[in-house]
Ligand binder design. Structure first.
Ligand code: DX5
Ligand code: ZN
Length: 216
């Protein structure tokens, strides 16, 4: 499968959100990556339902919603209603992860699990066959524009082996610090989806940067 690129809306210009959404619509990007932060699970607050709905109104590609929040079960239905197509919850935020995944799927969304940089991929052994996506954090979640953690390559390769071993269909998404220098090595390590915030939105020509991230 050709790899996917998911620009992160966190780095967009919120005063011109429609313009930035249209830019992604007209690009080679595959998904919109939408970061939800609650100020509890992570030390930052991003945005909530009205903004997700505003993005959805103009988006012509799937919304890949990454929940960095405690107690995500409470909001599964609300994110479905706001327009999420893929909903990822953090392993570290879920006491009953299997139940949460079933809840997401029962609402007709694809289900993902995000893991922090310190969380080993082996914790996914008994859930990997049930999920559509693993969001592998390559920075500590909470902010855009952080430095990529090099151990991610090793973890990606381990996760790829686990997915194969368990006959899982899960895609590996890399989130944080992805740029034009490291994305090829990530793809070689087994990445399927590249999230890019700062790299896309701080570049002089975001359309061209997205096109470059799509090349192998
Ligand atoms: C970090 C978020 C990321 C972030 C990536 O907590 O989950 O999705 O937007 O931004 P960059 O690509 O700038 O590191
Ligand atoms: Zn994210």
């Amino acid at each position: 499968m050709a790899h996917l690129v998911a620009p992160s809306i966190l780095s967009a210009d919120f005063a011109n959100i429609q313009r930035d959404v249209e830019m992604i619509n007209s690009s080679n990007a595959d998904w919109f990556h939408v970061d939800i932060m609650d100020g509890v699970f992570v030390p930052n607050i991003s945005f909530g339902f009205p903004v997700v709905k505003a993005i959805k109104k103009h988006a012509k590609k799937p919304l890949d919603v990454h929940l960095m929040i405690v107690d995500p079960d409470k909001y599964v239905q609300a994110f479905k209603e706001a327009g999420a197509d893929i909903l990822s919850v953090h392993f570290e935020a879920c006491t009953h992860l299997h139940r949460t995944i079933q809840n997401i799927k029962s609402h007709g969304m694809k289900a993902g699990v995000a893991i922090n940089p310190h969380t080993p991929v082996s914790v996914l052994e008994d859930i990997i066959a049930d999920i559509d996506l693993v969001c592998m954090m390559s920075v500590n979640p909470g902010f855009g524009g952080q430095k990529f953690i090099e151990n991610t390559y090793h973890k990606t390769a381990l996760l790829k082996a686990l997915i194969k071993n368990k006959n899982s269909q899960a895609l590996i998404e890399i989130d944080g610090g992805v740029d034009l220098n490291n994305y090829k090595k990530l793809l070689q390590s087994g990445a399927d989806v590249l999230v890019a915030g700062n790299t896309v939105f701080s570049s002089k020509n975001p359309l061209q940067t997205i096109a470059e991230l799509k090349t192998i």
